[in-house]
Structures are given as C-alpha cells and as structure tokens.
Design a protein around this ligand. Structure first.
Ligand code: GTP
Ligand code: MG
Length: 452
C-alpha cells in the first residue's frame, strides 16, 4: 500500500470518440464489472470520472495485469459526453488527460468527432489507444463474455474473423491517413511511437482485459515519473462545468490533477471577469447510483487527492469558467496563486484583430481549439469569448466592415432570446455547430459563395 511519501498519482484516462460509438457503455461495463468484482475494488463515484483501483483493474484483466508488476494506484477514467467537447479537458501547457482511449465503432469507422479527437491528441501530444468497439455486431459473431481478445478471436468462424479483420484494417488505414502509425495492439512494441488498436465489445466485455492491460502498461512504462508528485500538496485542477446545486448555489465540477483540496482551503478559480478568490464550503462526491434518487445526493468529504473528480461548493462561483484553472492557495501567498491563474488564463487569450469574426464557445478549451483552427484557416478574429450569444455579440459583429466578417461562430452555445431579436433585424450571420471543423467549413462555404 502506498504511503504518504511514495504514493503515485492516479493516471487520468479520457474516453473520446464520435457520438454513439460506445464511450459511456465502455465505462459502464468497466464500472459495472468493478462493482460486481466486490470488496477489493470498491470503486469511487466521481464527477464525470470513475476511479478504478489497481486490484480491481487486475481482477478484471485476469492474467493480463498482475498487480505485483505495477505500483500505480489504478486509473481514473473521464467520460466526454456528446455535448462536452474533449477540449475542455485542458491543463497548463496541454491536455489534462495523461492518456486517451479513442472509441471507434468498427462498423461505422472514422467520423467527424473521431477526427476532431485525433486532432486535439496530436496537438497536445497525448498518447492514446484506439478501442475498436462493437466487435460483437460482426455478422456471425460468437460472443465470449469478458474474455481476452485473442481467445475470443480464435473462437470465431473464418468468415466472422475475416469481416472483423476488414474493419480493423480500415481503421488502421484511417489512422495512417491522419499521420499515425498504428497496428493491432499485440504487434506494437513501443506504444509511444505506434498506436495500438484493441478490438473489443463494450457490450460483451470481450477485449476489455486487453484494453486495461495496454492502459496500465502504457502508464507504468512511460508515465511513472509524471505520477511522482506530492499528492498532499496544494491542489491544481481544471473546471469541467459550472452548475447550480440546490442548497449550495453555484458549484464547480473539477478534475484535480495535482495535489489535494481540503474543506478549509482558500482557492483561486478562473472566471469570466478574471480570477475568483473564495473559500471551499464543501467538497462533494456523488453517492453510488442506487442513492442518487434520494434527497442526499452527495457525500461531504474532508480532503480529495489527485487524480479525482470532485464537486466544490464555494461562494462567488457564478462567474467561474468551464475549462479554467483552479488552484489551492494553502501555505503560499494568495497573490502568487492569483498571478499563476491570471497567467494561465492569459496563455489562452486569443489573438484578435481590428477586423474579423466574433467567436463564442462553451468552454475555454473549446475557445482555444476554435481560435487555433481559425488561425490555420487564416480567418481573423475580432472578439472571442466563452458564453452564450448575447445582444452585445451581435452589436460587435455588426461593426465589421466586410460582409464576410459580420459573422458570429457559435460552438456548443445557445442564443439568448434577446440576441435572437437582434439577429433578425441585423445583417449579422450566425453559424452554429458542435464539431469545430464542420463549423469552419460551413463558414468557409459561405465566404466562397460570396466571392463567386
Ligand atoms: P455519446 O455520449 O452520445 O457521445 O455516445 P457514447 O459514445 O457514449 O455511446 P453509448 O455508450 O451511449 O452507446 C451508443 C449505443 O451503442 C447504445 O445503444 C449502446 O448500447 C450501443 N453500444 C455501445 N457499445 C456497444 C457494443 O460493444 N456492442 C453493441 N452491440 N452495442 C454497443
Ligand atoms: Mg456517452
């Protein structure tokens, strides 16, 4: 068992992929099996995250993960639901996640959000594996519940195996088109150089032992040094979401990637109008599923250590920003920590020009991703902000000189009702999408049309 001084941080594993390709089912399967595996692996319910301890990982993975080979405490999985772009999962200098799983439906293959996930992983240099999911839907498949993939593969007819192989090679080909050298995971020697593809079924569980083995191996071999941090030191994390919670007011859901947060800590949180300094009122963890319907939905805890997902209740969080940094002050000077948060927010500030389009996005991370994509497309930006589209945005967009800049690009945001009226009566065009490059394509289509 880890002691205070030698405890390694839990690696953070983000689960990404196109809508309906099976991200949540995969996590449910891991979570469900973890729960049914019993005592040793009492998994922790987290905010948007599931912590699975090493013993449970190794019970699920059978002979593929021997606990004595590892000294990491387990894995923290983060689901990225459809509306929640992975780009929220940022931290200073890159991705919040240490590793990612890109889930691809073997029949559906690569789709827009698959490409978007790969783009972000490439940009942030995040190592990842591909879960080639839904292998049980291969015609003629003979399911082998919970079995490692090689055994399952050998139990299939030639024709079923042939069909699966075709789909797998298509995925490997698609990865290569995106600049990743990939292969079936058992042929990969160096998982940092090559992407391993793990065929599996989130439904039947076959191949999940392999996925866990690859994730543990990858973390242990290449990330151990990064996990050697002081998990009792002052915490650092990223805001996933800002939510009203009955009895608590505005709260933030946070993924803590460094250090700890305690009940009496002063924290600094990135907000729409700059850093917010406040005191933790409560650290809240969701109760297990069975109790979610009861009145008491959360357990209060005294301290949380990285890596973990946690809801923090504190005064003045209304203006906190999704994707923004959160820091514990503790024994440091408050000014230093404020400076730290300010400079991290400034890092993300977008280059703006006197003439250009208005960009609105749901989180700081997605705003950053939008700004990068627009820069590549050589589209100038007049103003870029996190938040829903307000009348002020329409007013700003209408000041552009060129028609093709009298434009608002909205990523995953709503149009406020009074902005709707403004849009109707102005010559400002609104483009909305929840896939970044599609949004930019739509806008470029409009520009081309005008230039014709
Ligand atoms: P979003 O959160 O909307 O992006 O989707 P998701 O990626 O979380 O997909 P989800 O897990 O909700 O699965 C979508 C559908 O696919 C559901 O109906 C699942 O039951 C089904 N599904 C997921 N994995 C498998 C699988 O391995 N085999 C089969 N047959 N169906 C699956
Ligand atoms: Mg989902």
């Amino acid at each position: 068992p880890a002691t205070e001084s030698n405890a390694l941080r839990t690696p953070i594993v983000a689960v990404l992929g196109h809508v309906d390709h099976g991200k949540t089912t995969l996590l449910d399967k891991i979570r469900g099996s973890a729960v049914s595996e019993g005592e040793a692996g009492a998994i922790t319910q987290h905010i948007g995250a599931t912590a699975v301890p090493l013993e449970t990982v190794s019970q699920m993975a059978g002979s593929l993960v021997k606990p004595e080979d590892f000294d990491l405490p387990g894995l923290l999985f983060i689901d990225t639901p459809g509306h929640h772009s992975f780009s929220t999962l940022r931290s200073r200098g890159g991705a919040l996640a240490d590793i990612a799983i890109v889930v691809v439906d073997v029949n559906d293959g690569f789709q827009p959000q698959t490409l978007e996930a790969l783009d972000i992983l490439k940009r942030t240099g995040t190592p990842f594996v591909v879960a080639a999911n839904k292998i049980d839907t291969t015609p003629g498949w003979n399911p082998q519940d919970g079995s490692p993939i090689q055994g399952s593969y050998e139990s299939q007819s030639d024709s079923a195996r042939g069909r699966l192989d075709e789909n797998l090679y298509e995925i490997i080909g698609n990865l290569s088109d995106e600049g990743f050298s990939a292969d079936l995971y058992w042929r990969v020697q160096n998982f940092q150089k090559n992407v391993g593809v793990v065929p599996l079924s989130a439904m039947t569980g076959e191949g999940i032992p392999d996925l866990l083995a690859v994730l543990m191996g990858l973390s242990q071999r290449y990330m151990k040094e990064e996990m050697e941090i002081d998990i009792s030191g002052p915490g650092a994390g990223t805001v996933l979401e800002v939510k009203e919670e009955r009895g608590f007011g505005a709260t933030v859901d946070v993924v803590l990637y460094d250090g700890s947060v305690r009940e009496d800590d002063t924290i600094v949180v990135g907000g729409v109008n700059g850093p917010i300094v406040t005191e933790v009122r409560a650290l809240l963890q969701p109760r297990p599923n069975a109790e979610i319907r009861t009145e008491k939905r959360f357990d209060k805890v005294d301290e949380v250590r990285a890596a973990a997902g946690i809801k923090i209740a504190a005064p003045d969080l209304d203006d906190a920003m999704a994707g923004a940094p959160i820091r514990v002050v503790r024994d440091r000077s408050e000014e230093d920590v404020i400076d730290d948060v300010t400079s991290e927010l400034a890092e993300i500030e977008v280059d703006t020009a006197d003439e250009g389009v208005v960009v609105k996005a749901d989180t700081l991370g997605s705003l950053e991703a939008m700004a990068n994509a627009l820069k590549e497309a050589e589209v100038p930006i007049l103003r870029a902000e996190v938040g829903d589209i307000a009348p002020r945005d329409v007013a700003v967009a209408s000041t552009a000189r060129e028609m093709e800049h009298k434009v608002i690009l909205g990523f995953n945001v709503d149009v406020l009702p009074n902005a709707e009226d403004e849009l109707d009566t102005s010559d400002v065009r609104l483009f909305e999408d929840d896939v970044i490059y599609q949004l930019i394509e739509e806008y470029e289509g409009f520009v081309d049309e005008r230039q014709r």
